[in-house]
Design a protein. Structure first.
Length: 404
């Protein structure tokens, strides 16, 4: 069996490629020049799986790679493939659609295309982009589904200019969820695959529990000066706040989808335990990046808060996490915080800063940022005490202590 994988990055290599190789597929990666050239030259890479106690290296040999600019070779590879997998980032799906369409046009049999992207329904997004490029493919019977990835892959180790195999560092989780009815026959047999009928519900669950918790840990951690998620989540205040935020989202999920899908407290504790994995060295800066996307009306913080409100739950911790995300977005923008807050709450999150959830977020931001300065850190998330601050009664900075 052969698989074409678009995007030889952390998820493409560190999750998708490793599972496909373990399931018996020969791999052809399609990527940008430097990474594609390295994989072609070396012909293999390593996935290092760590649970925090033990590391296990999984070599992925026999790898081929093509540049995205080599349209003819990419189309030929798709024409011969048994599966196409995509992990290029949600915003880049339209850019690769012409390449996917060029390959599918050459086929005589239907093919499954699975998009391993962190968004609500990437399979539909990619399918529509492909059909826009090639309307005749609408009747060809190809399958398009998204995939919900469980594994955390934090980094790539190695130099693209060298001849040593790259190493991708992640945790051992292998499961992923696809929308079964969107796939065509023959159904792909891949280690860890779980097909469901209600993909949207499962996507919402992942975003509003795992995604909300991961983002909250990063944004609270940034306020308190932590560099890594595993350090932040071990702070008792942050751990409690993150767990409370996930519980708020989980209660909303239970109201909408029922307790079986929503899960229980033990499931949330298991997620927290994964955040605590120090061997992953997962930077707060990586997890927290692109805060405006994560503050979207239906994304992990504001969307989860709306769902909690539907269940009659006050999303106090989710609102605080959203306020912390705005602070994260304001870094490097001195004297612009009030304007940024108003703009973000209204135009990015779709909320009214004067009422409801928007007011909760806006007020939480005001409390956090009241004595915030460019290089101080939050000492207490509960009391909102900063390491130092200028205020009218204290013209000189008051030095308390600073976290390492």
């Amino acid at each position: 069996m052969k698989a074409v994988v678009f995007g030889p990055g952390r998820i493409g290599c560190g999750f998708v490629g490793q599972l496909l190789h373990a399931s018996g597929y020969e791999l052809v990666f399609v990527g940008r020049d430097a990474i594609a050239d390295h994989l072609s030259r070396v012909g293999r890479y390593v996935v290092r799986l760590t649970d925090g106690c033990e590391d296990r290296d999984q070599e992925v040999p026999g790898v081929r790679a093509l540049r995205t600019s080599d349209v003819e070779a990419v189309a030929a590879a798709i024409a011969e493939a048994d599966l196409v997998a995509v992990s290029v980032g949600p915003r880049n799906l339209p850019a690769i659609a012409p390449l996917v369409a060029a390959g599918l046009r050459r086929r005589k049999t239907p093919l499954n295309v699975i998009a391993f992207e962190n968004c609500t329904d990437p399979g539909v997004v990619l399918r529509d982009a492909v059909f826009t490029c090639a309307p005749s493919l609408r009747e060809a019977g190809h399958g398009f589904s998204g995939a919900l990835v469980s594994r955390i892959v934090t980094q790539r180790i190695g130099e693209l200019e060298g001849d040593e195999p790259l190493v991708f560092l992640g945790d051992p989780t292998t499961s992923f969820i696809v929308h079964g009815p969107s796939l065509c026959e023959p159904f792909p047999h891949i280690e860890g695959l779980r097909a469901v009928d209600d993909y949207g519900a499962w996507a919402t669950k992942k975003l509003y529990t795992f995604g909300a918790g991961h983002a909250a840990a990063a944004y609270f951690g940034a306020l308190k000066g932590y560099r890594y998620v595993h350090s932040a989540i071990r702070d008792p205040e942050i751990r409690s706040a993150v767990l409370s935020a996930m519980e708020e989202g989980q209660r909303g999920l239970e109201q909408r989808y029922g307790p079986e899908l929503a899960g229980d407290g033990a499931e949330l504790e298991a997620i927290i335990a994964r955040f605590e994995n120090a061997a992953l060295n997962d930077p707060v800066s990586r997890v927290g990046r692109d805060p405006r996307r994560k503050l979207g009306p239906e994304d992990r913080l504001v969307g989860a808060a709306h769902l909690a409100e539907e269940a009659g739950v006050s999303p106090r911790r989710l609102a605080l996490a959203a306020a912390a995300a705005i602070c994260f977005d304001c870094v490097g923008k001195p004297h612009a915080e009030a304007q940024e807050r108003s703009e973000t709450v209204h135009t990015v999150s779709g909320l009214d800063p004067q009422s409801g959830l928007g007011r909760q977020v806006s007020e939480a931001f005001t409390r956090i940022a009241e004595w915030r300065e460019a290089d101080n850190v939050l000492l207490s998330l509960k009391e909102l005490v900063w390491s130092w601050a200028r205020c009218p009664l204290m013209p000189q900075p008051v030095q308390l202590r600073k976290l390492g």
